[in-house]
Design a protein around this ligand. Structure first.
Ligand code: NDP
Length: 220
């Protein structure tokens, strides 16, 4: 039985990941700002009140988790603001950097010592953070913040290698959640199933690489 911590666990892909790991018999630490009836219904350990952009909230979470050994840490919380060149709002860009790029590093900094040697860290990124795959433009804040997350996750892979911790940089697919207004070609449950398979398959040979949940390696 593994112990898995998931951020952004109250809805969407994070909730589906909790459901998936629970079905496997794993122990979950579900981190969120505010729980949901669906998350409460799982009966797992919920750590609410954690805005991932807050140093004090993440520090308090680390204090509460003292002594907990994690097998898997999933950095999933994220936001998408639709922005275009003509109407670009830099506050929106900054907000996406805060949540999508800085917050995963904040959580990793605070919690990496809890990951057991040989454990895994998964950063839920987006293929929209791929520079070479950008064929349609726009989405400045989202693309920039996810590209920054990808860069940070490669550093995490290098830094955690000594402890045998493998880091996966994972695109979940185009998933029907609130983020996509229910659009997409895969359900959150199916995405979570594929993501868990990718996390399972991570090794020190593949640490620091960028994957589609479907199993395709993505270009930077
Ligand atoms: P949702 O919008 O459904 O869920 C986002 C989650 O992130 C919620 O739990 C939300 O909590 C949490 N969150 C946002 N901001 C914060 C914050 N400041 N502090 C704590 N939690 C926060 O999105 P998805 O489930 O679709 O997305 C999950 C991840 O997958 C994201 O990183 C996203 O970028 C990525 N992704 C999703 C794709 C898709 O097609 N859906 C495609 C590519 C990547 P709250 O309820 O409190 O707002």
């Amino acid at each position: 039985m593994a112990t898995v911590l998931v951020t952004g666990s109250n809805r969407g892909i994070g909730l589906a990941l909790c459901r998936r790991y629970l079905r496997r018999g794993d122990s979950i630490v579900a981190v969120c700002r505010q729980s949901s009836p669906e998350l409460d219904g799982l009966g797992v350990r919920v750590e609410a009140g954690v805005d991932v952009t807050s140093d004090s909230a993440v520090g308090a979470l680390a204090d509460r988790l003292t002594g907990t050994e994690l097998d898997v840490l999933v950095l999933n919380a994220g936001i998408l603001r639709s922005d275009e060149l003509e109407t670009l709002n830099f506050d929106d860009v900054r907000e996406q950097f805060e949540v999508n790029a800085l917050a995963p590093v904040r959580i990793a900094k605070a919690l990496h010592s809890l990951i057991r040697s040989g454990g895994k860290l998964a950063a839920i990124t987006s293929r929209m953070g791929s520079i070479s795959d950008n064929g349609s433009g726009g989405y400045y804040g989202y693309r920039m913040s996810k590209a920054a997350l990808n860069a940070a996750a490669v550093s995490l892979a290098r830094d955690l290698r000594l402890r045998g911790i493998a880091v996966g940089i994972l695109h979940p697919g185009f998933v029907r959640t609130d983020m996509t207004n229910g659009q997409g070609n895969i359900s959150a449950d199916d995405s979570a199933r594929l993501l868990v398979d990718r996390i399972e398959g991570l090794s020190m040979e593949t640490t620091g690489t960028f994957w589609h949940a479907s199993g395709e390696v993505l270009p930077w």
